[in-house]
Structures are given as C-alpha cells and as structure tokens.
Write a protein that binds this ligand. Structure first.
Ligand code: ADP
Length: 161
C-alpha cells in the first residue's frame, strides 16, 4: 500500500503477445501508481496474431499477482482516452536507442494534445532488453522456443494456435 495517492496511469501498447518485458514494466509501474490500466490498442486495419480480446484475456491471466491492474481495449486517440479517464500518466518502456526516436516524437505530440498527462519512461531490465513482441512472433513462426520470452499462459496459448 502506497502512503499517499499517486493516481492512475495507462500502459498503452499492442501486447501481441504480452511478454516478460511488458510484465516487468507493468510490475514496476504498479509500484509507482495507485492503479495501472493496460490499454490494448485495437488497430482494426491490422490483423494481429491474437485478437484484442484474446490479448486481454491472456494479460489478465498473467497479472493475477497484481492487485492494482486492469486491462482495457481501446480505439481512437490515446491522450483523449487518458484525459477522459483522468489518468495522470502514460507508462512506456524503453529498450534501446532505436525506441527513443519514436518515443521522443510521440511524447511531444501527446504533451501538446494533453499537457496534463505526463509520459513516464521506465528503462528495460537487463534480462528483458532484447525482447519484443515481433521477435517473439518471428521465433515462434519458425518453430523456435519462446518459453524464456513470454509468461506461461501466453506460451501455451501460442503453442496451441
Ligand atoms: P512491442 O514493441 O514489443 O511490440 P508494444 O507496442 O506492445 O511492444 O509496447 C508497449 C510498451 O512496452 C512500449 O513502451 C514498449 O517500449 C514497451 N516494451 C515492450 N517490450 C519491452 C521490453 N522488453 N522492455 C521494456 N519495455 C518494453
């Protein structure tokens, strides 16, 4: 229990699939904020590996040990959604320099649109620095072992798909 109120943060992304890298950022975000909403972007023009609903169900199975997380599917402009929910922050993870360029531009654009919502970056943990959802999909597509990249519920669901 945190001693004073630290508000609500959104953790936006595609989470296709949810990896140990995502879980790490989420667990650390949960120690900073009262509540974190994992916000799954529903990009209807792009067919993912898992549907947004499947992603939500899988994430819920991976976060049972966290009592201040919820998971929502969202479509539209993220900062509008954040303002509507009275979120004070967008939580993002940074892996390597190549993430920085995109995140830098996004955070400026978002701040211009909604100055009251801060973007908060957490640096990846060493063990997860090389994990990305697209690499996991690629390894899996070639029959490789992804068990060190994704939590168990995601692993069994990917193997049975
Ligand atoms: P990905 O880039 O893996 O497809 P998303 O679009 O779902 O992931 O990313 C959601 C957020 O999680 C982004 O801020 C991204 O930088 C962060 N993230 C993803 N993987 C990691 C990781 N291994 N370590 C730290 N942050 C990560």
């Amino acid at each position: 229990m945190k001693s004073h109120s630290t508000g609500l943060a959104l953790y936006p992304g595609s989470f296709d699939p949810f990896t140990f890298g995502h879980l790490d950022i989420l667990e650390r975000g949960c120690r900073l904020f009262d509540h974190v909403v994992v916000t799954i972007a529903n990009n209807s023009s792009k067919r993912g590996f898992f549907s947004p609903q499947e992603r939500r169900d899988l994430i819920l199975k991976c976060v049972g040990h966290l009592d201040n997380v919820s998971v929502e599917i969202f479509e539209g402009l993220l900062v509008e959604y954040a303002s509507r929910k009275k979120a004070i922050a967008l939580l993002r993870g940074l892996r390597q320099v190549s993430d920085f360029d995109y995140e830098f531009r996004m955070s400026f654009a978002n701040r211009r649109l909604a100055p009251e919502v801060e973007t908060v970056f957490l640096m990846t943990s060493e063990a997860h620095a090389l994990i990305s959802a697209s690499i996991v999909r690629e390894i899996h597509g070639h029959g490789g072992d992804i068990s060190s990249f994704v939590p168990e519920p995601v692993l069994s669901s990917m193997l049975s798909k």
